[in-house]
Design a protein around this ligand. Structure first.
Ligand code: G3H
Ligand code: 13P
Ligand code: ZN
Length: 354
């Protein structure tokens, strides 16, 4: 089966009331781990690559690895998504490469650091929608700014951060003006392992404080404006499990005490319209712990397969757990895949109807 679109996966997830993990990849082992988990659990899945990942894999390796993945696992419904595209040009590059979905992150300017104006965000996102939908490719937009995107070290939600959060009123206007397929929310989550500013008196990390109430508001505003069940996206959704951090530190790592987004918060989101859940950091920690363990316990080993295999296995186990937790497991074969060209026709028809 060719790759499917994110739009279809998220529409189906909305019908079934579950979430879909969007997992970041850079190399073969990560793709293998995710595809194996998806096949075994009959889970639809989103595999995503950042600009950094595209650079690392020199574009062509990632493209070919994904082609191999769908050939090796023909029954898996998988969308290939560009994570945090910084400009229409980057999104075009991904579409030309065969991605079935792109994110135009116009919350930041093309440098990926400076916060952009609302007008800029609407303009570049609408431009990407126009271009992508012609090819049947889905588009994710973002409103409000996530923490920690510049350096990968999140800061959690500080009391004075409110102005960077997604404005529930503006969300409706943004969806209307851009025509996006799903909306990434800024509710206080941030990328990376260090997402919290809160510690107890003994120095133990407490979960980051999130503006979860905004999810409910945004969902109901969108529904009232004629966008029922509009798919919402949570970035920065790694839970940073203590047991994974402990493995890294036990075998010579030096990660600080930290805590990510608890599954209870993610579940709260899923119950209120979150359909795409972005996870990268947890996979990085799982793989790094597995590699450290081998290299520390068996310093005589020097065959990369000796540490890549356990790393791949650790990621596979982690992803299986996430797929069960998010609810996507068991839903892959419930529906037929819609092709990109069919999706392009649907967009055309939707456009003509307004
Ligand atoms: O957007 C954040 C993801 O974790 C990707 O990170 O840009 O280091 O590949 P990266
Ligand atoms: P984490 O850093 O929490 O895994 O978030 C990843 C992400 O949001 C990618 O876009
Ligand atoms: Zn993100």
């Amino acid at each position: 089966m060719p790759m499917v679109t994110m739009r279809q996966l998220l529409e189906e997830a909305a019908k079934g009331g579950y979430g879909i993990g969007a997992f970041n990849v850079n190399n073969m082992e990560q793709i293998q781990a995710i595809m194996r988990a998806a096949e075994e659990l009959d889970a639809p899945v989103i595999i995503q690559a950042s600009r950094g990942a595209l650079q690392y894999s020199e574009l062509i390796y990632l493209k070919k690895l994904m082609e191999a993945a769908v050939e090796r696992h023909p029954g898996v419904k998988v969308a290939l998504h560009l994570d945090h595209g910084n400009s229409p040009e980057t999104c075009k590059q991904a579409i030309d490469l065969g991605f079935t979905s792109v994110m135009m992150d116009g919350s930041l300017m093309a440098d990926g650091k400076t916060i952009g104006s609302y007008e800029y965000n609407v303009e570049v996102t609408a431009e990407v929608v126009e271009m992508a939908h012609k090819h049947g490719v889905s588009v994710e937009g973002e409103l409000g700014a996530l923490g920690g995107i510049e350096d990968g070290h999140g800061a959690g939600l500080a009391v004075d951060d409110e102005e960077h959060l997604t404005d529930p009123e503006q969300a409706v206007d943004f969806v209307k003006k851009t025509g996006i397929d799903c909306l990434a929310l800024a509710i206080g989550t941030s990328h990376g392992a260090y997402k919290t500013l809160r510690y107890d008196k003994d120095g133990n990390a407490l979960p980051p404080s999130l503006a979860l109430d905004r999810i409910e508001k945004i969902e109901s505003n969108l529904a009232a404006a004629g966008y029922p069940a509009f798919p919402l996206v949570m970035h920065g959704s790694s839970s940073v499990p203590g047991e994974l951090v402990d493995v890294v530190n036990k075998y010579g790592g030096k990660m600080k005490k930290t805590m990510g987004v608890p599954m209870s918060d993610i579940r709260f989101g899923i119950e209120r319209g979150v359909r795409k859940i972005n996870v990268d950091t947890d996979g990085r920690i799982a793989m790094t712990g597995a590699v450290r363990k081998v290299l520390m316990e068996s310093p005589e080993k020097f065959d990369p397969r000796d540490w890549l295999k356990p790393a791949r296995e650790a990621l596979y186990e982690l992803i299986k757990g996430k797929m069960k937790d998010f609810g996507q497991a068991g839903h892959g074969s419930e529906y037929e895949a819609v092709s990109l060209s069919e999706m392009a026709k649907r967009y055309e028809a939707e456009k003509a109807a307004v």
